[in-house]
Every structure is written in C-alpha cells, then in structure tokens.
Write a protein that binds this ligand. Structure first.
Ligand SMILES: [Mn+2]
Length: 406
C-alpha cells in the first residue's frame, strides 16, 4: 500500500507589518504582530503530531523581499524542529520573497529544500519507502508573467507526482496575473496533486486531482476575512483525503448590525454587544469591521453619542480579554440626517451641488497628493469602488452639515 501524508501551506507572509493598527492597545498589538509566527508554530506542531512525510510551502514565506532577520530567525527555528523529526520541507519563493531581493542571509537547516528559478524536479523516498517527485520553481524576480506551467513535465519513476506553483488561475482578475494557468492546464499534466500559492483566499479548484489554494495561514487586513490555515493531505493508493486545519490566532471579521429597532443609545449599545459576543471565538482574537445600518435616534444628543462615544464603550473591556473582539473599524450606513429633495427646493445651488457630487469621478485626482506622497503611499491600500463611494457619501454629509445645518 503506497501511502503519503504531507502538509500543504502557502503565503505565510512572515512578519507582515499589519498596516494601520498602531493605535491598538499594546497587548493586542503584540498578539497581532506576532500572529504570522503563531500560525507558523501551529503548522510545525501539526506536522510533528501527525508525523507527516514532508511539508510543502508554496511561496511568499516572507512578506518582504528584504526577508527581515526576525522573520528568518523565527522561520529557521521552526524548520529546525522539523529537522529534528526528519521531516523535509519543500519551498518555492513567490512574488513577495523573490530571489532577486536583497537580504541578510541566514542559513536554513538541511531539511529545507528551496527550488531554483527554473522548474525542476526533486525526489523524495519517504520513511515507508514511497517515491515522490515534486516539481516547482521560485520567482527569480518580482514580476513573473510567463506561463511557467508549460515548463512542468511529468518525469516517470515515482509513485506520486506533486506540482508546486505560486501563480494565478487565469480567470481570476482580482490579483496580479503572475505565472498564469488554467485548471485544464494543470489537469493535463497528469499529476496527483497541485500545491498552489498566491491567492490568499482558500479555494479547491478541483478535487480529482486535488488542485488547491490553501490561502494564507493568517489574515493580514480587513479584506482577508475568516479563519485561515493549511491542509493536511493523505494519499492511500492514489486516493486523497484532505483535512483543513485552522491556524490563525487573529481573525478578521465583518458584521452588519441593523439598528432599526433601537430607539435609544442604550438599545443600540446592547444590540452591538450581543452581536459582538456572538462572534467571539474561544482563545482567538477577532478584529472586527462593524457596520451599523439605520442608526437614526430621535434625540439629537443620543445621536451624537453614537459618533463620539459608542466605539469607546464597545472597546472598554476588550483589551483584557484573551478572546477579544476589537472593533477596528466602525462604519455607519445611516439614514441621511437631511432630506436631499427638500433641500434642493430651497436653492438652486443645492441642486447643482448634489448633481456635482453624484457625477464626481475625480476621487483619484483628489487623493493624488496623498497617494503620490513618497512616504504615505507605501502605507495606503488600493481603494475599491465601494470604498470610493463611501468616501464620497461621507464628503457629501460633511458638506451639508457645514453649509446647511450650521
Ligand atoms: Mn501572497
């Protein structure tokens, strides 16, 4: 009976800077800053506990092309634990940690096998005598747009063939189209398993053969939602079973609370608390984007408290919680506190103003001084359409508050 068991992970992004979270309380900030390493430890512990034959990491091990020394040292420490257990690790580097970067080099233990910048085959004979061919390549430079898939060729003489590829499935348009391929390309190669990396959202592109994006092991921002982890894969006489294992200590979540029924600030506060407690996870930290819908209290003072004090109250006891739910972003989707149609009838100016706002298409130009600033731009995420719209609505509200309601 030919059996193999391995772990497939990708996109560790060790020492990811977790942009924009500096304002967190120190203990929470430290948990977040440490989280990529915490997830990596979960990976090595699992590999040892489950006594796997080998580990695959399909690119972007390090977040930065300078491979911070801290990240390398921590990675080496975990690899040494696997070395002690005689578990080999097969690595390709991706667009983030491509080989053309410059870094202070730390030697990795001998169980770590790094693929070069051309597709190559590595051979492994497991403890039980099963022969495995692994195929892969590392990014020689940051941007690889070639169809590297054409360079993968099955070389007979093994019980199992596994392709490791950091790249983009061509139909996905949201991501940089690095080393593009189609599912059909991969199936045609007649391998037993494709260990993919690059896309941070977990996805099983095919089950026969398994073609898998495990996603990253720890979410890095509010767009990378939910638990993150890796796969433990077992093949018995050609049949695969796949076990997804959660690894992330910190979980990004998004939650919408409809506040329609709230008539007082206290009602609203309780609605939020209940919702927050429902998503609290035992021993994990949660960073939450909380969206409030239909918040419009009759009492002006209570309404003002929503803007000014609700967040502070919601955060009050969370920093002491091991299983914290920290509202990192509080958004309001409120009923506009003014009636646009009514205002329009009062002066032509307002009609024209709303017209300009509704057709405003120069958000990018307006933000250019910030987005083109040499320092600021490093820290600014790309704005999606919905985010631009939100900025515009906020601007509209601000203008009307200043002009009309003053
Ligand atoms: Mn990545």
């Amino acid at each position: 009976m030919k059996k193999i068991s391995f772990i497939h992970a990708a996109d560790l992004h060790l020492d990811s800077p977790m942009v924009g979270l500096k304002h967190l309380p120190e203990n929470i900030f430290n948990r977040v800053k440490e989280s990529t390493f915490t997830a990596l430890k979960k990976l090595t512990i699992t590999a040892i506990e489950r006594n796997v034959d080998f580990v695959i990491i399909a690119g972007d091990i390090f977040d930065g092309e300078d491979r911070s020394l801290r990240a390398q040292a921590r990675f080496r420490k975990e690899m040494l634990k696997l070395n002690d257990e005689k578990i080999p690790v097969y690595i390709v580097h991706g667009n983030h940690d491509h080989l053309n970067g410059s870094w202070v080099h730390l030697d990795m233990p001998e169980n770590v096998h790094v693929f070069g910048n051309k597709v190559e085959k590595r051979e492994l004979i497991t403890k039980s005598g099963t022969k495995v061919h692994l195929y892969g390549f590392s990014y020689g430079t940051r941007h690889i747009f070639e169809r590297k898939i054409d360079e993968y060729d099955k070389i007979e003489g093994a019980d199992y063939h596994i392709g490791i590829l950091h790249g983009n499935e061509s139909s996905g348009t949201d991501h940089d189209n690095y080393a593009p391929f189609t599912v059909k390309d991969l199936v045609q190669k007649n391998f037993d398993y494709w260990a993919l990396g690059h896309i941070h959202k977990r996805s099983e592109l095919s089950l026969n053969p398994p073609i898998i994006y495990p996603g990253n092991i720890q979410g890095r921002n509010k767009k990378e939602l939910g638990s993150k982890g890796f796969y433990h894969v077992t093949f018995t006489d050609g049949d695969a079973t796949m076990d997804y294992i959660k690894a992330s200590d910190i979980i990004w979540e998004e939650l919408t609370v409809n506040a329609e029924t709230a008539v007082s600030f206290d009602d609203l506060f309780h609605l939020c608390r209940i919702a927050i407690n429902e998503i609290r996870r035992e021993r994990n930290g949660t960073l939450l984007t909380l969206k409030l819908k239909n918040t419009q209290l009759a009492d002006m003072r209570e309404q003002k408290s929503i803007d000014n004090e609700l967040l502070e109250l919601l955060l009050e006891d969370e920093s002491e919680e091991e299983s914290f739910v920290w509202v990192a972003d509080l958004k309001f989707n409120e009923k506009l506190p003014f009636d646009k149609e009514k205002i329009k009838t009062e002066a032509n100016f307002y009609g024209e103003l709303f017209e300009v706002i509704d057709h405003f298409d120069q958000t990018e130009q307006a933000l250019a001084p910030l987005y083109e600033h040499p320092l600021a731009r490093k820290y600014l995420p790309h704005l999606e359409t919905a985010e631009k719209d939100e900025l515009l609505r906020k601007t509209e509200k601000l203008i009307i508050e200043l002009l009309y309601q003053a």
